[in-house]
Design a protein around this ligand. Structure first.
Ligand code: HEM
Length: 478
């Protein structure tokens, strides 16, 4: 609940004028990344809006992003919890939404040291190598029968299985159909989190659930938690048996830890997996789809990326290894350039002020929500030459990376809440994108030119390509 400050020099950041009751809700529109970027042109890099009863501060420049994510990170690291997350007790366990607390710290520590560190990921890379071979076989089959591939669907199956093998050493989906079903649940979950919910803007409506969002979300979250519950029970049974072959995957590590860690139990593990899958799939797949789209629209970039792969990995069917990543600066630049123009989480996950915070002569009031418009920063003409041009060359010889140190490029956020899956996301993207372009040429439907590709964006909490990219693979023969 918003409490008015008593400070004498209290001054909210500037912003558009507000209508009674609804405030600036109508100004958000269907593409808030565009409308808020436009508003920032008038009101400046730190502005305030009132969304129903919720004070929202939007920052849109590299300097302001640095203030929020670095200088005042310690006061701005909690998150507003949307109603759509408050189902089945998820709000008490969700790694992505709970406030900074002993449980959050424990999960963060586990991710950094036991689950998602470079060392853990190096140890589990064999499972991902195996999955990539399957991805290539799938594509090969389509190329033999001249079938177009929907990159989003293909990427979703691959990402789910890359994640599920890293976590539980099994495929979560065997067939593309099953991937489709899981994709639907995950997409429904993110869409509902992204749907403007009147109950978030007017807390009095909480109990009424006016759009039925909670009711629908509870069903989706239930489905996902049930899947993990079954998997965990199976593993617990296996672990009881004699001669159990320890997998040393994330699940085993967590179950072992849960034996003498008071904070980590089976419920926490289920909710953690929920968040890893929801946060990790749509984001990664959307980046893959945009990257492929940009490569197809920019054939000279595609050529260069293929050439680099050919020289370093060889293009006679040799699989790409995660250890090749550092030797492929151009492919790295392609991924950075994709994340600059198409950040999958265009406002990061909103933060919430723990107390009043003064930035640039204005006060962000306690409990206000803060959004960082990384989409706008990625296209800021004062930071980037020809900002709308897809040009990975801009990163060659530059030391800008996506790890939260360079505030002009923070698609994974920064500070305490920076995406814990960053390393894994990068590895998965490299493997998928590199493998797809190193083993195949890609062409559009007959008669379609690359300029015809529909680049419309669809805004949820993630920014997706509205029209799926469908392309034909052609096996490269040497
Ligand atoms: C290209 C892919 C991805 C992008 C762009 C992305 C982006 C983000 C962003 C912007 C945040 C919020 C950061 C902040 O508040 O400063 C975040 C949080 C998070 N991400 Fe990712 N992510 C990606 C992939 C992944 C993957 C693969 C995983 C899991 C393995 C993952 C798990 C999480 C979790 C659990 C959080 C919440 C952390 C917290 O609140 O403490 N993400 N991600």
């Amino acid at each position: 609940h918003f409490t008015k400050s008593t400070k004498p020099n209290y001054k909210l950041p500037p912003g558009p004028s507000r209508l009674p009751i609804i405030g600036n809700l109508l100004e958000m529109g269907e593409k808030p990344h565009l409308s808020l970027s436009k508003l920032a042109k008038t009101h400046g890099p730190i502005m305030s809006l009132k969304l129903g009863q919720k004070i929202t501060v939007v920052v849109s420049s590299v300097e302001m992003a640095k203030e929020v994510l670095l200088s005042y990170d310690h006061l701005l690291s909690n998150r507003p919890i949307p109603q759509s997350v408050s189902v089945l007790n998820h709000e008490h366990y969700s790694f992505a939404f709970i406030p900074i607390s002993p449980l959050w710290r424990e999960m963060r520590k586990l991710c950094n040291t036991q689950l998602l560190s470079h060392k853990n990921l190096d140890d589990s890379q064999h499972v991902r190598r195996h999955k990539m071979q399957e991805l290539l076989s799938d594509v090969h089959r389509s190329s033999q029968i001249g079938k177009a591939i929907d990159i989003g669907t293909l990427g979703f199956k691959a990402t789910l299985n890359l994640l599920s093998n890293t976590i539980f050493s099994i495929d979560l989906v065997e067939s593309t159909d099953a991937a489709g079903e899981f994709k639907d649940v995950v997409t429904h979950i993110t869409n509902l989190v992204g749907t403007p919910n009147l109950a978030d803007f007017f807390p009095v409506l909480k109990k009424i659930d006016p759009q039925g969002i909670n009711r629908r979300q509870a069903k989706n979250v239930r489905k996902v938690l049930d899947i993990f519950d079954r998997l965990i029970n199976q593993r617990l049974k296996l672990r009881e048996g004699n001669g159990f072959d320890r997998k040393n995957d994330m699940l085993d590590v967590l179950l072992t830890i849960s034996k003498d860690n008071k904070l980590i139990d089976k419920t926490v593990i289920e909710h953690l997996f929920h968040d890893i899958f929801v946060a990790g799939t749509d984001t990664t797949v959307s980046t893959l789809e945009w990257a492929m789209t940009e490569l197809i629209r920019n054939p000279q970039v595609m050529e260069k990326a293929k050439k680099e792969l050919g020289e370093i990995v060889g293009n006679n069917g040799v699989p790409i290894e995660e250890s090749d990543i550092s030797k492929l600066p151009y492919l790295q630049a392609v991924i950075k350039e994709t994340l600059r123009l198409h950040p999958p989480v265009p406002f990061l996950l909103p933060r919430k002020a723990k107390s009043d915070v003064d930035i640039a002569g204005y006060t962000i009031p306690k409990d206000a929500q803060i959004m960082v418009n990384v989409w706008n920063i990625g296209r800021d003409p004062t930071l980037w030459e020809n900002p709308t041009l897809f040009s990975p060359e801009r990163f060659i010889g530059s030391d800008i990376d996506v790890k939260g140190r360079n505030f002009e490029l923070v698609p994974f956020g920064a500070g305490r809440r920076i995406c814990p899956g960053l390393q894994l996301a990068n590895r998965m993207l490299f493997l998928m994108l590199g493998s797809l372009i190193n083993s195949f040429d890609w062409k559009l439907e007959d008669g379609m030119r690359s300029d015809d590709i529909d680049m419309t964006e669809k805004f949820g909490i993630t920014l997706q390509k509205a029209q799926p990219l469908k392309v034909f693979p052609i096996k490269i023969t040497n």
